[in-house]
Design a protein around this ligand. Structure first.
Ligand code: SF4
Ligand code: SF4
Ligand code: SF4
Length: 278
């Protein structure tokens, strides 16, 4: 039995690692570029390590993965390699018709990947949330607001911004994209921190502002990896809902459950459940 439990702990991290390794090797061979092999192997390994540490009950497991991936993407890819991985970078590469950097990142982490691992990006890798999760309001202190529409405004604004640059045929777009990445990130951090304190909710930015959720939410609806409740074990104590940073009704197993597409796979509910029902 003990041996079976040990094997079980390795299954999810290994599966995650294999998914990323498959992507790494496929892109390496398809694009004939070893960078993709390194990039996705590194990200997959960091996330697998986070999952494994969680299974081994290490308190800061998710933080380890967040910092390994988040700092790599923000500092190495963004600041040192001048790759704009924000949504503006996605539009930019999309308009230039190049399937590189941000378009590949979005395809893997935010558009098609969520069909497999839902919003695991938001729980284990995002460099914005990497900072927001350090703030004091891990459990929301106020009821959720109906401000989710604002994400669509942000989404459209980012699209219009890059479209305007193309229409105006601005020269030196690469440089503008680098500055957009720098300024955009500063604004995101400032808005995210201000909202977290104003609404007493670390993840307020994710709930109301982040434009990337326009991709993430519909795709994660179909996610293969989901938190499910074993009704035979559940005693309806409500602890899982109390600790959920995204207000998900996790005891409801339906895909249509309340705030279902908000689940960031942070596993706080799993950790809190006294009956191992999740
Ligand atoms: S919702 Fe946006 S800011 Fe929040 S974790 Fe996801 S991608 Fe990052
Ligand atoms: S606490 Fe559970 S239901 Fe809520 S976001 Fe985290 S994993 Fe999802
Ligand atoms: S914490 Fe566990 S036992 Fe309590 S309501 Fe949630 S799933 Fe049920």
């Amino acid at each position: 039995m003990k041996r079976f439990d040990t094997i079980k702990k390795w299954i999810l991290p290994t599966m995650m690692w294999l998914v990323f390794e498959t992507i790494a090797v496929t892109l390496w061979l398809a694009k004939r570029n070893a960078f993709y092999l390194f990039n996705f192997s590194y990200i997959g390994t960091a996330i697998a390590v986070g999952f494994l540490l969680f299974q081994l009950r290490y308190r800061h497991a998710r933080r380890v993965a967040q910092f390994l991936v988040g700092t790599y993407m923000l500092v190495y890819l963004g600041l040192l390699s001048n790759e704009n991985m924000q949504i503006e970078g996605f539009w930019y590469y999309l308009f230039t018709g190049v399937f590189e950097a941000a378009t590949i990142h979005y395809a893997v982490a935010k558009i098609f990947g969520p069909l497999i691992f839902g919003r695991g990006w938001c729980g284990f890798a995002c460099w914005t949330a990497m900072i927001l999760d350090l703030l004091p309001y891990k459990i929301p202190q106020q009821p959720r607001k109906k401000w989710g529409w604002f994400r669509y405004v942000m989404f459209v604004l980012s699209f219009l911004f890059v479209s305007a640059l193309f229409l105006a045929q601005v020269s030196d777009m690469e440089r503008i994209m680098f500055w957009a990445f720098l300024i955009g990130n500063c604004l995101y951090y400032a808005a995210g921190i201000a909202l977290a304190f104003a609404l007493k909710d670390n993840r307020a930015f994710c709930k109301y502002v982040c434009p990337i959720t326009v991709f993430l939410k519909p795709m994660s609806y179909f996610s293969l990896l989901r938190i499910k409740c074993d009704k035979r074990k559940c005693v309806s104590c409500g602890k899982c809902r109390q600790v959920c940073p995204m207000n998900v009704d996790v005891t409801d197993n339906a895909r249509t459950r309340k705030n279902g597409t908000e689940c960031i796979l942070c596993f706080e509910c799993v950790r809190a459940c006294p009956k191992n029902a999740l």
